[in-house]
Ligand binder design. Structure first.
Ligand SMILES: Cc1cc2nc3c(=O)[nH]c(=O)nc-3n(C[C@H](O)[C@H](O)[C@H](O)COP(=O)(O)OP(=O)(O)OC[C@H]3O[C@@H](n4cnc5c(N)ncnc54)[C@H](O)[C@@H]3O)c2cc1C
Length: 379
């Protein structure tokens, strides 16, 4: 599977999916037919994560094809992402605690053979080994496979979820602090305390069309237990009343200035900010860094074509820039860098996030009831 690093290709992919495959999405989405047969799902996540496409654009296109009722499942999935982002924004210490736990576990497991076999795809489980290779080669896994993978990692291989989440972040083209950390926490049973996701042989057989043999799993493990519980820390997000003419920083999560809420504003110069491994807690694979840099280059080129003054800089150069706004990078490595270097922050938030994050204080079931309201606010 190839993800081409450009907005033009992403828009093509969205159009193709809506035109040809959206109608069957809710019926077929749970099947993983293999890496060369992905038309039952959109495979848009690497683009949505980097802001190459935004959620509203995707939903809008789907609603031009089918009614809300026919599209509900797809729209819910697209907004799961927005929900996870908001959930983490309101409890950012879930991310910082995760990184502390991860750093302790890394040391403890660096020579652990069970762990090394898992990340090298050398376990006794054929399906798991194939998924490890697929993750490293294609930088993508199907959603159901991510659930099986995480469940096998935690409950059959008995490895800490934090290390599995790191392994995903190192390779996934859509790797995202919120969807990934909270996805792993959910499988382990610490996100919704006491409720875990247990992969089973029959389920894997059914939804992979019997592609794998010898699937011997621990199907009776109890959920993981965490002593930590998280209360809401942050709830206020706001944009300035008047946006002055300053420079603008954009990070890897907002790489399509043309579709942002601020495209009509005048900025002096746009800086596209890249972040090397030396400043990241989780070191990304070469392929993933390359993918990010190609997406940044595509954004730079599109801005240049519109005669907008722009430049790509390293995150360590921000300190040299005077008077700027930044598109909010969201909880994750870039925000950590800004915080730990005491960099000035005049954030601009997406209107979708300002509205949707209000409803992320409880569970997704509650959030779901606001989806029609959220969508109609942007029509
Ligand atoms: C353990 C685990 C880790 C995950 N890590 C990430 C991650 O780092 N980044 C990431 O974007 N997604 C993550 N997901 C969610 C989901 O697996 C992917 O978003 C989805 O597989 C992307 O494929 P797609 O674009 O074909 O999805 P589609 O089924 O076509 O869905 C359309 C869009 O909806 C959103 N979406 C769909 N399912 C989910 C979901 N369960 N949670 C959040 N958003 C969703 C994505 O933006 C996706 O592009 C993770 C899930 C699990 C169980």
């Amino acid at each position: 599977m190839i993800f081409e690093a450009s907005r033009a290709k992403a828009v093509d992919k969205l159009n193709q999916f809506v035109e040809n495959n959206l109608s069957e999405y809710s019926k077929l989405r749970n099947f993983d037919f293999g890496p060369d047969k992905r038309s039952n799902i959109s495979c848009l996540s690497p683009y949505i994560t980097h802001g190459i496409l935004n959620e509203l654009e995707v939903i809008d296109k789907s609603l031009k094809k089918f009614s809300f009722a026919k599209n509900e499942k797809f729209i819910q999935e697209v907004l799961w992402r927005t929900y996870w982002k908001g959930w983490l924004e309101l409890r950012p210490n879930v991310w910082s605690d995760y990184l502390i736990e991860l750093s302790n576990l890394r040391n403890k497991f660096k020579d652990n053979q069970n762990y090394l076999n898992a990340v090298e795809g050398k376990t006794d489980l054929e399906c798991f080994n194939q998924w490890v290779n697929e993750l490293k080669e294609n930088n993508y896994l199907h959603n159901h496979t991510r659930m099986w993978f995480a469940s096998i990692w935690i409950f059959t291989l008995e490895l800490p979820w934090q290390l599995g989440a790191e392994f995903f972040m190192q390779h996934l083209f859509d790797g995202d602090a919120a969807s990934n950390t909270l996805g792993w926490r959910w499988v382990a049973g610490v996100q919704t305390q006491g409720k875990h996701y247990l992969a089973s042989e029959w389920n894997i057989r059914k939804f992979t069309n019997n592609r794998f043999k010898n699937i011997k799993l621990n199907e009776n493990a109890p959920p993981k237990v965490s002593e930590k519980s998280y209360t809401l820390i942050r709830q206020e997000f706001d944009n300035p009343q008047n946006i002055e003419e300053k420079n603008l920083l954009i990070f890897e999560n907002n790489l399509s200035f043309e579709i942002t809420d601020f495209k009509e504003n005048k900025f002096k110069k746009i800086y596209i900010v890249s972040n090397k491994n030396e400043n990241r807690s989780i070191k990304l694979s070469e392929k993933l860094l390359k993918f990010k840099s190609l997406l940044m280059e595509d954004q730079r080129q599109r801005l240049k074509d519109k005669s907008i003054d722009c430049e790509t800089i390293d995150i360590s150069e921000i300190k040299n820039i005077e008077s700027y706004y930044s598109f909010y990078p969201t909880v994750g490595e870039n925000l950590d860098y800004l915080n730990s270097n005491n960099l000035k922050m005049n954030f601009l938030y997406r209107n979708l996030d300002l509205l949707a994050w209000q409803y992320c204080n409880k569970g997704f079931f509650n959030f779901k009831s606001y989806i029609p309201k959220i969508i109609s606010s942007f029509n």
